[in-house]
Design a protein around this ligand. Sequence first.
Ligand code: 13P
Length: 288
Amino acid sequence: MKLVSAKEMLDAAVRGHYAVGHFNLNNMESVRAFLLAAEEMRSPIILGVSGGTAKYMGGYRTISHMVQDFMDFLKITVPVALHVDHGKYNEALDAIENGFSSVMFDGSSYPIEENIAKTKEIVKLAHAKGISVEAEVGGIGGEEDGRISRGECADPNECRMIADLGIDFLAAGIGNIHGKYPADWEGLHFDLLGEIKEKIGDLPLVLHGGSCIPADQIRKAISLGVSKINVNTECQIAFTEATRKYFEDGKDKESKGFTPRAVLAPGLEATKAMCIKKMELFGSVGKA
Ligand code: 13P
């Protein structure tokens, strides 16, 4: 199976009232873990690559080749989209030229006019190659790749303006933040979600910061039209906790337990298990 655009899988999710998980790549183990989880669960999947991951893993070209070759090697038969996460303009261009099947251009830090102008450019270039486009209105709070934002709620009218540019799915801030949520977090703003949905119709909505949101809020967000949910932090924590346990249990001191593949195996399994748990919650199991 070749990498696919995320458009068809998300349009199907809108029609079927479920969400497709976007899982962030961090290293080779995460590529393997997510592909195996998707195949085992017969679920479509979106693999997200932040600017930091792109630098760490050798750039967009290396990553697209690695993921495609891995898919061929593992005989993956479910739809997989390889997607730029929170791309700056130049990152989105780089990925479009280098084998990605989907890109997010995050122009949320620009004034709306500039966000519109740049998003329009990306849509033109990406669609010419059959690549899907995610745009963003209203910054998502939290920290990602060293960029900290408090997060702001999206203006539904601005959502409409960006939706009209022909994008394939839209990320809108509704009180969600990246990373762990503070104890006094107010929760997702469902009224705002409803207003945005009214303005953008059947365009798939994206929920960033999908880690650590209580399951009932996730289900409600899906019922109100969210059809792509981004998860990174919880998979990272699962990986690190499993790795810590490996050392605490002294496994690295046993036999060949010191080899890097042995050290990383529990983290890989824990990442895969977390991915499967999220697919079950999002309702994407069996939808491939
Ligand atoms: P979390 O790290 O909070 O899961 O958010 C991931 C995300 O939104 C990536 O864009």
